[in-house]
Design a protein around this ligand. Structure first.
Ligand code: CA
Ligand code: CA
Ligand code: CA
Ligand code: CA
Length: 259
């Protein structure tokens, strides 16, 4: 290896490690296991009007918040597998879980399904999770869910805080309303802003970090931010303190402003 190359590599490594330790919001997508890179997959199916390549950069266009989602007003969301490039492609399943109870899981795509497979997800008035017009028998607490990838031995969640390895296994990209996108099972059309590509890494610890192991498109969904559960439950003393302030207010005590 030439000295120059080694120096560059060392510098790149240092930058990468620096970015990782700085807790950068996006995951670094690499070329990985010899299959098409995530960027080339996007370049093949999405075309910007001017340069005929994807208007999406897989590293810089990742959504900063992709842990939890809701179905938009129409009440239904189509999902379609774009590609699976992984040794686990025949066993990997993808689905959704209740944001308030991750143990409530619904599989959308089974292991035997591959590129072009489509599913329609709807949430009934009572929280019933309906897939392809069939009630799964599972009810969610509300219109808030995450996506999971189950390899058969490990489950990875869109909320990386639930992952045993603490690593972000899913990166998501939002349509910009300009690129044309051509999916395996449907005619080309504009990649609109309510459509998201979700790309998964299926190896524990992040593996090769190529995020092309399971790539799908979901539409009529939007990312939502969920409150941190540790903030939701107010400890008892705080409630008492708040009540105390209320009483003081009622008794006409002068208010101390804390601007
Ligand atoms: Ca499959
Ligand atoms: Ca993510
Ligand atoms: Ca991988
Ligand atoms: Ca792969």
């Amino acid at each position: 290896m030439k000295k120059q190359t080694r120096l560059t590599l060392t510098a790149t490594l240092a930058v990468t490690i620096g970015m990782a330790t700085a807790g950068l919001a996006h995951a670094t997508v690499t070329f990985g296991d010899g299959g098409a890179s995530l960027q080339s997959i996007l370049n093949n199916i999405t075309k910007a009007p001017i340069n005929n390549a994807s208007g999406i950069n897989v590293n810089t266009d990742q959504l900063s918040s992709d842990s939890y989602w809701q179905i938009s007003g129409s009440g239904g969301s189509f999902a379609q597998i774009i590609i699976e490039l992984a040794g686990n492609a025949n066993t990997n399943t993808v689905g959704i879980y209740d944001a308030t109870d991750p143990s409530k899981m619904i599989t959308l795509f089974s292991g035997i399904e591959s590129s072009g497979a489509q599913k329609l997800l709807t949430l009934g008035n009572d929280g019933s999770v309906i897939v392809n017009f069939t009630d799964t028998g599972i009810d969610f607490a509300g219109n808030a869910f995450g996506y999971f990838l189950n390899t058969g031995s490990t489950i990875f969640y869109s909320d990386k805080d639930l992952n045993a390895d603490g690593i972000d296994h899913m990166v998501a990209f939002q349509g910009k309303g300009t690129d044309t996108i051509d999916l395996p099972a449907t005619l080309p059309g504009v990649w609109s802003t309510n459509e998201y590509i979700m790309a998964w890494e299926d190896l524990p610890g992040g593996g090769d970090m190529d995020y092309n192991d399971f790539v799908l498109m979901t539409e009529s969904v939007s990312p939502i931010s969920m409150p941190d559960p540790s903030i939701q439950s107010i400890p008892e003393p705080s409630i008492l303190a708040l009540l105390g302030i209320g009483f003081l207010g009622l008794l006409g005590m002068p208010r101390i402003r804390n601007s």
